[in-house]
Design a protein around this ligand. Sequence first.
Ligand code: Y43
Ligand code: MG
Length: 197
Amino acid sequence: MKELIIATKNKGKMKDFIGLFEPFGIKVYSLSDLSEPVEDIEETGTTFQENAAIKAEAVCRMFNIPVIADDSGIEIDALNGAPGVYSARYAGEAKDDLANLEKVLDELKGVPEEQRTGRFVCVLAIAQPGQKTIFKRGECEGTIGDQAIGEHGFGYDPIFYPAGSSRTMAELTLEEKNQISHRKNALDKIENWVKQL
Ligand SMILES: O=c1nc[nH]c2c1ncn2[C@H]1C[C@H](O)[C@@H](COP(=O)(O)OP(=O)(O)OP(=O)(O)O)O1
Ligand SMILES: [Mg+2]
């Protein structure tokens, strides 16, 4: 079976990726699945692309094989694009999904539905030994609810209604999320690379 390392320690993202790579017959490993422990990689960039490059290139250098990284987040228009690249640590260094979404709900208190627009963004970086890193961006438009609903997914899924959906991303099954997500839309753009693996 073909194998690929994803430079992430995020279990929720990894679940998405396992489902997304399954149709290609590719088994994916996260940084938590490897026998050698990989230290946390500091995300010092100010854009999704910079952080995706930092993660993919660091791990590619460690193992000298092709690596994919995902830097992602949620952009909320009424918050001028915040939390954006800082989505994982919006409520502090602890990277607490619940605290993060509660902070967003708090900041959006009183903002009417038609102004609660936003999008999930995912930038994938492919780093390969001796080659220039490739980047692809995917987005998923939607609106932000006023309470957390749903048990699936991770991160901001319980407060995000994909455009046209009456269910939050966390009420969708993994298969349903993987048909419309920012991650799926970014992966579609590297399909040819994935197929030649
Ligand atoms: O599909 C999603 N559904 C809900 N929330 C999401 C999604 N995709 C990204 N997000 C949020 C979670 C986290 O707050 C941030 C990602 O931050 P990001 O730095 O890319 O990932 P991370 O630090 O958790 O793991 P890692 O860097 O090891 O891949 O955006
Ligand atoms: Mg991160």
